[in-house]
Design a protein around this ligand. Structure first.
Ligand code: URA
Length: 233
C-alpha cells in the first residue's frame, strides 16, 4: 500500500487499524487472519509468499540453475515460481537454507545492518586452544578484513579433530572456513544449523518443508542490531 517511510507516517498519524484498534507502535506484527485498515479501507493481503527451509546436502550448488550442469538446489525443492535462496552456502557446506519469493524480507535478512545470526557446526582438524577461542570471540583479522566477534562453543574435542559450534552475523565468502584456517585448524565439514530464528532441527539431508506461521512471524521480528567489533590486533 505504501513504501516504508510513508507507512510509518500513516501509522504515526493513527490512520492504521489492526483488527479494529489503532496501531500505536511501528513494527507491529501482522499474521494470517488479521484485518488491517488504512484510513478506514481494508488492505488486501498480497498473494501469499512462499517460504521453504531446505537442508542442503554437500555437493549441491546454491543456485536455481547451473551452466556447468551440476546438481542445484532447484533439483531438491518443489517447483515454485520465483523462489530463490536467501544467501548462499558453499558447494561443500550443508545445512539450513531459506528459499522464498519475498524479496523485501530476503533483502532485510541479508542486509549487514540487521546482523542476522547464523550458527554453524564445524568439524575442524585438531583442538582449539583457549587462546583460539578467545581470538574468535574477540573478532579475528582474516585475509585483510576483521571478522566481527563470534560466539563459540566447543562441543567435542579429540587430539586430531574437534566439533565446534560457531555463531556469526556476517556472511563473507567462506568466512567460517577462513576463520578456522587463520587459526591453523582447517574445516573438515561444515553444516549450518540456525539462520536467525530458524533452526534446522531434524530435517534430513536434501529434504525441504514450508515454514510454520510462527517461524514466518519470527523472521519478520528478528531485527537485532549487530554487536560492534572491538578494536584489537
Ligand atoms: N562460512 C563458510 O565458510 N561457508 C559457508 O558456506 C557459510 C559460511
Amino acid at each position: 500500500m505504501a513504501a516504508r517511510r510513508r507507512a510509518d507516517a500513516l501509522i504515526a498519524a493513527g490512520k492504521v487499524r489492526l483488527n479494529g484498534t489503532v496501531v500505536r507502535t511501528l513494527g507491529a506484527v501482522v499474521g494470517e487472519g488479521d484485518r488491517v485498515e488504512i484510513e478506514g479501507r481494508a488492505v488486501e493481503p498480497p498473494a501469499c509468499a512462499t517460504y521453504l527451509m531446505l537442508n542442503k546436502p554437500v555437493g549441491v550448488v546454491t543456485t536455481m540453475r547451473d551452466p556447468q550442469g551440476r546438481r542445484t538446489i532447484a533439483d531438491l525443492v518443489p517447483r515454485r515460481r520465483g523462489v530463490f535462496p536467501v544467501g548462499r552456502l558453499d558447494y561443500d557446506t550443508g545445512g539450513l537454507l531459506l528459499l522464498t519469493d519475498d524479496g523485501e524480507l530476503a533483502h532485510r535478512l541479508l542486509h549487514p545492518r540487521f546482523g542476522v545470526e547464523k550458527t554453524y557446526r564445524a568439524e575442524i582438524a585438531g583442538r582449539l586452544s583457549s587462546e583460539d577461542v578467545h581470538r574468535l570471540s574477540r573478532g579475528l583479522l582474516v585475509d585483510g578484513f576483521r571478522a566481527a566477534p563470534a560466539k563459540v562453543r566447543v562441543v567435542g574435542a579429540r587430539a586430531d579433530r574437534s566439533t565446534v559450534e560457531v555463531t556469526i552475523h556476517e556472511g563473507r565468502n567462506r568466512q567460517v572456513r577462513r576463520m578456522f584456517e587463520r587459526l591453523g585448524h582447517p574445516v573438515l565439514a561444515l553444516t549450518r544449523t540456525r539462520f536467525g530464528p530458524l533452526k534446522l532441527g531434524t530435517l534430513s539431508w536434501g529434504a525441504s518443508r514450508e515454514l510454520t506461521a510462527g517461524e514466518r512471524a519470527a523472521l519478520r521480528r528478528d531485527r537485532r542490531p549487530p554487536p560492534k567489533a572491538p578494536r584489537t590486533k
